[in-house]
Design a protein around this ligand. Structure first.
Ligand SMILES: NC(=O)c1ccc[n+]([C@@H]2O[C@H](COP(=O)([O-])OP(=O)(O)OC[C@H]3O[C@@H](n4cnc5c(N)ncnc54)[C@H](O)[C@@H]3O)[C@@H](O)[C@H]2O)c1
Length: 366
């Protein structure tokens, strides 16, 4: 007997929702085992227009997530709201017994993420966080190299990077909607890349800074009147196992790049060229630095040709893996048990920056 089709909805039908629905449409074309049944957005008319533009004429539109969750019998939702609205709809969906793929960053504060994880635990449903670079072959290679032991014991990581000029607009630049700027938007990706590679050790302390000089300057950025988040942030984080994480991330600064990612081990080191965003592949070929017969040598690691590893392909893998996890009852493709540590670092750096001193990081039990 054919399996029942999964009923899927979406909460928040702004820009990234289009990428989600395209991947769901690709999945329907390929497998035909899901139905896209509903969407909601707090802006009147936005969900209807979004569904119609996606040829989902039979899907229902709602103004509130609660109403959609009450009236529809959903198996899964994508939560595509701005950061400040990740927690509430995610918790509501889990309470209705619906599996959730929430967009990155996990949320804004550590406390919100803990509440989301408690709802996940109580519901027994899947909560996964939308990190599509996890599905990119060259990104996966970074973890394989570290895990192979080739670098020896990893004791220092520099990560971050980003761009010289590239402050997004829309809901990304205000406290009210985004809550955090570059540190959460693209910082979370670069943190995930390295923390995932070394097995997500627990963060212990953070000494952070956050600046927004370029975003606040009307001569440099034409959204300056609304801009009240960070455009260049970072800090020093101590991780369990005596690992130092040196992090800096930029939407805008007056130099070409705040740096490549460096993973230093006792036997070898790896350089990963920064990309503008870190939302897909590394910025170019990686280099391995090592000692051979007393000589300092380096090896270029050719970029792996990842068939279907382009932007659309990565999103298909992200959505397909969420749907597979729903069907199989888990595990979550990008588990909250890992991403809570990513968020704890961001939260620690934000707190430290506000206080002007180093802070301890404590992740509550869920
Ligand atoms: N994975 C990626 O590559 C990627 C790329 C872009 C954005 N994102 C993430 O996706 C999220 C959304 O980004 P965006 O560019 O689509 O923002 P956006 O502002 O274009 O869209 C957000 C939408 O959510 C709606 N909304 C807000 N609160 C709501 C609620 N409680 N219920 C229903 N609708 C609500 C807003 O009205 C808006 O239409 C952000 O967290 C962002 O970081 C991820």
């Amino acid at each position: 007997m054919a399996e029942k089709k999964l009923k899927i909805g979406i909460i928040g039908t702004g820009s990234i929702a289009g990428t989600h629905i395209n991947a769901y449409i690709d999945h329907i074309r390929k497998y035909g085992d899901i139905e896209f049944v509903a969407g909601c957005d707090i802006v009147p008319g936005r969900a209807r227009k979004f569904l119609d533009d996606s040829d989902m004429f039979d899907a229902r539109d709602y103004l509130s997530a609660e109403e959609m969750l009450e009236k529809e019998e959903l198996d899964g939702v994508s939560v595509c709201t701005y950061n400040r609205q990740h927690a509430a709809p995610t918790i509501a969906a889990l309470k209705h017994g619906v599996n959730v793929l929430v967009e990155k960053p996990f949320a804004v504060t550590l406390d919100e993420c803990i509440d989301m994880m408690r709802a996940e635990k109580e519901s027994g449903k899947i909560l996964t966080v939308g990190f599509q670079p996890r599905f990119e072959r060259n990104m996966q290679l970074i973890k394989q190299i570290v895990q192979s032991g080739e670098l020896g014991r990893v004791y220092y990581i520099q990560t971050g990077g980003g761009r010289r000029r590239g402050i997004p607009g829309g809901s990304f630049i205000e406290q009210r909607t985004a809550g955090i700027g570059a540190i959460g938007d693209i910082g979370c990706y670069s943190l995930d890349m390295v923390l995932n590679a070394i097995g997500y050790p627990t963060p212990l302390t953070a000494s952070g800074f956050m600046t927004g000089y370029i975003g606040c300057d009307p001569e440099a950025y034409n959204g300056a009147d609304r801009f009240d988040v960070d455009d260049f942030s970072g800090g020093l984080v101590r991780l369990e196992g005596d690992v130092i994480l040196d992090f800096r991330i930029s939407w805008a600064l007056n130099v070409d790049t705040p740096g490549d990612t460096l993973i230093l081990g006792t036997k070898a080191g790896l350089r990963v060229p920064s990309s503008d965003c870190w939302s897909d592949a590394p910025g170019g070929p990686m280099t391995l630095y090592w000692q051979c017969a007393g000589q300092s040598v380096q090896t270029t690691i050719p970029v792996i040709n990842d068939p279907n590893g382009d932007w659309r392909g990565l999103w298909n893998r992200k959505i397909d893996s969420f749907l597979k996890a729903i069907r199989e009852g888990g595990p979550a493709p990008v588990p909250t048990s890992q991403i809570i540590k990513n968020q704890a670092i961001i939260d620690g750096l934000v707190r430290s920056s506000k206080l002007g001193r180093e802070v301890e990081i404590h992740i509550p039990e869920v």
